[in-house]
Structures are given as structure tokens and as C-alpha cells.
Design a protein around this ligand. Structure first.
Ligand SMILES: [Zn+2]
Ligand SMILES: [Zn+2]
Length: 241
């Protein structure tokens, strides 16, 4: 995904006020107007300026843009409210770069597209990488267990690892290997959904982020997940049946 720094195009800082953005746009547009400008790249600049102003003058689009590229005044991490090892922050996202997220005892290596999803939508579902061939970890109840292999003759080839269990040995969840990584748009915390509702989890289904955490567990703010905002908006606009 191409990245245009709209702040640079307008010649303002990323903390510029609405008025500063408007003033900068007016001034630049006057200078680069294709009908009157003597600049050789006036037409291209004019189009760029218009795109920059259109986005940055819209408060919601601007906020999303800032979040996406780690610009603006958002994106700071609130210190002091972290349970050790259960949180990771991506305050500054580099487009098209993979990220390693360390949350004990699992390390998630996310591809660039996955990081983009997590950053843009605030939610990422998937299957965690296996730690060892016979060690398992339940993303629902945090239970870890091992399947021991029978002893083998050292001269023969090692047997293939046993198939992954269909259910968690502790909570019996069928979707024990699925993870749900969540990211707060306010404080940039990335955290894994973990068992506040483990008794009620229906098998084979993951909860929505707001069902698990109505407020961000780190900064306590509501409306912290973009994908959830979208989903709720769609639900509300559906006609009642
Ligand atoms: Zn479990
Ligand atoms: Zn937060």
C-alpha cells in the first residue's frame, strides 16, 4: 500500500489544527493552481493537495489515517497499567512490515498483511504457531499440556508427531488453538482474548471483542475496536425482522 504523507504535502505538522490545515491548503492551492502556476508539476501537485485536504479536513478520516501510520497526537502507550507479558504495543506501524508480538508463553510472528489487519481493524483471528510438536496451549483457558510420545528405537526414524487434539484437555473447548488478537485504537495495546467468559463460550465460536472487553483493559476507554464499531453499526442499520 502506497503511503503519501498528507501532512508533508500540505506543509504542516501532524499536530496541526483544523484552521492551520485549511490555511495551508488555501495558500498551496493558490500557488499550484494549474491555470495560473508556472511550476512544471503544478497539475500533479494540485491533485495531491486536494486529496490531502479532503482527507485531513475530515476528522474521522484523519483519525484513522493517523492511527494507520502512527501519526498525529494519538498512538501513545499508557504506562503503568500493564499486566506483565500479556500486552504488546504497536504504536508506530511501518506499512508492509512484519511484526513479532511476544505474549508469554506464545510468540506470534505476524506477516505484514496480518499486522495491517490488526492495525486497521483492531482484531485478528487465527491459529497460533505450534510451540513444540507435543506441547499445546489453549487460547481460551491458558492451559498448557503435553502429549508424551512412546519411546522409540533410536536407530529408526522418529515417528511423526501425533495429530493435534480436537479439544482442550482442561476446558474442552474445540477451538482451543484459535487466537483472537485485539488492538486498542486509543492506547495501541495489543492483547490476546483470554478467558473472562470461558464458562459460557459456545464450542467452535470465538466471541466478539466487545463481548470480551466492553472497555479496553489497559486504558479503560470504550469504542476501542474499529471492526467492532463497524459490526455494531451494520447490526443497528439492519431492518428488524
Ligand atoms: Zn482450555
Ligand atoms: Zn486502550
Amino acid at each position: 500500500m502506497a503511503f503519501s504523507n498528507y501532512y508533508q504535502i500540505l506543509g504542516v505538522s501532524s499536530s496541526a489544527s483544523e484552521e492551520e490545515i485549511k490555511a495551508a491548503y488555501r495558500q498551496q492551492v493558490k500557488h499550484y493552481h494549474p491555470d495560473t502556476s508556472s511550476e512544471p508539476d503544478a497539475a500533479a501537485r494540485f491533485i495531491e493537495l486536494h486529496a490531502a485536504y479532503e482527507l485531513l479536513s475530515d476528522a474521522i478520516k484523519r483519525q484513522e489515517y493517523d492511527e494507520l501510520y502512527g501519526l498525529g497526537v494519538g498512538g501513545t502507550v499508557v504506562p503503568g497499567t500493564v499486566r506483565a507479558g500479556r500486552r504488546h504495543a504497536i504504536p508506530h506501524y511501518v506499512p508492509a512490515a512484519p511484526v513479532v508480538i511476544q505474549m508469554n508463553p506464545i510468540v506470534y510472528s505476524l506477516a505484514a498483511e496480518e499486522v495491517y489487519t490488526l492495525f486497521r481493524q483492531g482484531v485478528l483471528r487465527g491459529r497460533a504457531p505450534k510451540m513444540e510438536s507435543t506441547a499445546y496451549y489453549c487460547h481460551r483457558c491458558q492451559h498448557r499440556w503435553f502429549v508424551f510420545l512412546p519411546p522409540t528405537n533410536s536407530r529408526s526414524a522418529p515417528p511423526p508427531p501425533p495429530p493435534a487434539p480436537t479439544r482442550c484437555a482442561h476446558c474442552q473447548a474445540a477451538d482451543w488453538s484459535e487466537f483472537l488478537l485485539l488492538r486498542c485504537r486509543h492506547c495501541s495495546a495489543v492483547f490476546e482474548a483470554e478467558g473472562p467468559l470461558r464458562e459460557e463460550l459456545p464450542p467452535g465460536r470465538l466471541f466478539f471483542p466487545y463481548t470480551l472487553f466492553p472497555q479496553c483493559p489497559y486504558c479503560q476507554k470504550p469504542h476501542w475496536c474499529m471492526a467492532e464499531e463497524l459490526r455494531l453499526g451494520n447490526t443497528q442499520s439492519e431492518p428488524a425482522s
